[in-house]
Write a protein that binds this ligand. Structure first.
Ligand SMILES: Nc1ncnc2c1ncn2[C@@H]1O[C@H](COP(=O)(O)OP(=O)(O)OP(=O)(O)O)[C@@H](O)[C@H]1O
Length: 600
């Protein structure tokens, strides 16, 4: 039998760095492929957080370059406020060191582990130190560090520290090298694309192995940085109450008002009376039993919800729509931002969107996009409360087929914004099943489902009308020919009649700048040509003599169409099977030939 003394010889404390070196999967470094995504994610999240705090429009550069067999260098550079020189080694070289852990407000980072875990992973796989450059302003020098983490002590190991010239006045650049593959390139671009969707004010430029992709911003407004708030009396636990009480010099009534959000004098008095304590008792001297009574009273007394406007930063319905439309062509999209709610004293807001049609795949399950505090969640979809809620909704009632998840060309986006997102683990992949959050998600999805149903019904009705119109159009020329036979007159030109019917059939959008766009996927070439003809007549409403429709088709209907706008003005529309289906008719002058590519 092993003696306690023998065991004692082996017993020693474990540093947090040692722990995470062994349990890398807990932080999202389970495989080298995933390691690249997690590193980029941690660095980009930090860059966005820092820009938000400094209230600057983020301009983030991400590069991944192969620098040796299986070795990739990951670079992320931001235009944020920078990090003061003396703190750089701790930010990147010490796990559980950060600025957000103790703050109650929405932020991407929470734990102070993310970027230092990437440094740890890099030194584990290549032994190459991380390179960091940071500058805090035009009057400050740029600091350049090469550093690692002393795993046994979880302390930074600075190999090089120098002041250098850097062309940025403020910002941070990190370069990390580790052994990996670029197998996850598609997923990485997906992460950046969806990050751009939920951060519409950010510009992200990615150079992945020489291939440049720019995710341009759709908004130039910096979202206000969420402000930290005091803890809510309904969200505090015994240990935390004991800790803050132990360092307070205040009497109970003042302590409650000054240490908790939404507690005024009256509410404090009510709590103290309910706990059967004296208002002027110093909280520091309270016994454990008294603190327990106080806690129970704090949770029993009704207190308004925490001030969500201050501490949360929802994206907003308009920007969600714009962000999604920019990245994914859709026929229909609706978004909703729910009012703020609370779980265990933590504020949260659910935002969601539903998209349909466009370029979404018609077969298989719909696409689910999950986000938490403006960060896309890419892994563990099945374990996430968002997915659970999506499956829980009866999508058949809203016109979709369903096998657990809704099926068909549908996209569902859900964003959980909270002062404390309840993740299932430190790798922040999935949201835990919290009934209050799930209830809000289901409600917003049902609301959007109803909108989708209205759209689908309308679409089906229009399709019926369109089919009828098409049937009529197809027999009009025959009827005209028969009639001209009977009355022995030259054949009648039926195109204006057909044109009138098509005009209703083909849905067109015309923006204020004059761009006409027709979703050419839904119509035949003949229908599009007739519509163009009608548009040309609209545009020439004041022209005299009235425009004529000449030589509309080349006989095959899908090669060349010509529309005569006014005498001498020819618009020629050529089908070449490419382009985005937009037809720009601005600035067309007389005698000018316009050639448009239609993606049919
Ligand atoms: N690019 C940056 N610009 C300015 N400050 C930064 C930057 N990157 C990191 N920081 C600072 O370093 C701290 C630690 O970052 P780290 O990624 O380790 O943790 P975090 O983002 O706070 O939390 P999490 O572990 O949940 O990601 C941050 O809290 C922030 O104060």
């Amino acid at each position: 039998m092993v003696l306690a003394e023998d065991l004692a010889k082996q017993q020693r404390s474990i540093s947090v760095a040692e722990f995470f070196e062994k349990n890398k999967h807990l932080l999202g470094f389970d495989s080298p492929t995933r390691g690249i995504i997690t590193t980029v994610k941690e660095a980009v999240d930090n860059a966005l957080d820092a820009c938000e705090e400094a209230e600057v429009l983020p301009d983030i550069f991400v590069a991944i370059r192969k620098v040796g067999t299986d070795v990739y260098r990951i670079t992320v550079e931001d235009n944020g406020p920078g990090i003061v020189g003396k703190n750089v080694p701790y930010v990147f070289g010490k796990l559980l060191y950060g600025s957000r852990f103790h703050q109650i407000r929405q932020s991407r980072g929470q734990q102070g582990i993310g970027i230092s875990a990437a440094v740890l992973y890099a030194q584990l796989t290549t032994g190459v130190p991380a390179l960091v450059i940071s500058r805090t302003g035009a009057n400050a020098p740029a600091h350049r560090f090469e550093l690692m983490i002393k795993t046994e002590t979880n302390e930074p190991d600075v190999l090089v520290h120098e002041e250098i010239d850097w062309d940025r006045t403020h910002g941070t650049r990190i370069e990390i090298e580790f052994r990996s593959t670029l197998a996850a390139k598609k997923r990485l671009l997906e992460y950046l694309r969806y990050t751009a969707v939920v951060n519409p004010h950010a510009r992200i430029t990615a150079d992945i192995d020489g291939e440049l992709t720019v995710f341009e911003r759709v908004s130039s407004e910096v979202p206000p940085c969420p402000k930290a708030i005091l803890p809510h009396p309904h969200g505090i636990e015994f240990g935390a109450l004991k800790r803050i009480a132990a360092v307070s010099a205040e009497p109970l009534d003042e302590f409650l008002v000054n240490s908790f959000s939404r507690v005024g004098k009256k509410t404090a008095e009510e709590m103290i009376a309910l706990a059967n304590l004296k208002p002027r008792r110093k909280v520091k001297g309270l016994e454990a039993e008294e603190l327990k009574r106080l806690l129970a009273a704090m949770q029993q007394v009704k207190v308004p919800a925490p001030p969500a406007q201050q501490c949360l930063s929802p994206i907003g319905e308009d920007l969600i729509r714009k962000g999604l439309e920019k990245e994914i062509p859709l026929d229909f999209i609706k978004s909703r931002t729910r009012p703020s709610t609370v779980f265990s004293g933590h504020s949260f807001i659910i935002e969601a969107a539903i998209g349909y049609g466009g370029k979404l795949p018609a077969e298989g399950s719909g696409q689910i996009l999950r986000f938490a505090n403006r960060v896309p969640l890419l892994y563990q979809q099945g374990a996430c409360a968002i997915t659970g809620c999506v499956s829980q909704v009866n999508w058949k009632a809203y016109g979709l087929s369903q096998a657990g998840l809704p099926a068909g060309p549908v996209l569902i986006m859900v964003h959980v914004a909270s002062t404390n997102v309840p993740f299932t683990s430190e790798s922040k992949d999935a949201i835990a099943s919290i009934p209050e959050i799930e209830r809000e998600i289901v409600l917003v999805l049902q609301e959007l489902g109803r909108e989708l149903k209205t759209y689908l019904n309308r679409r089906d009705k229009k399709k019926q009308q369109d089919d009828r119109a098409r049937a009529i159009c197809s027999i009009i020329p025959e009827i005209a020919a028969k009639v001209s036979d009977i009355v022995e007159l030259p054949p009648l030109d039926t195109s204006p009649i057909e044109g009138k019917i098509m005009r209703k059939l083909v849905a067109k959008k015309r923006t204020s700048d004059g761009t006409v766009s027709i979703d050419v996927h839904n119509y035949t070439a003949r229908e599009i040509a007739f519509t163009l003809y009608n548009l040309s007549r609209d545009d020439a409403a004041d022209a005299e003599p009235k425009p004529d429709f000449v030589d509309a088709f080349d006989g095959e209907y899908n090669k060349v169409w010509k529309c005569l706008l006014a005498p001498g003005t020819v618009w020629q529309v050529t089908y070449s099977g490419s382009g985005d289906g937009s037809i720009d008719l601005r600035g067309v002058e007389e005698n000018q030939k316009v050639v448009v590519d239609l993606d049919v």
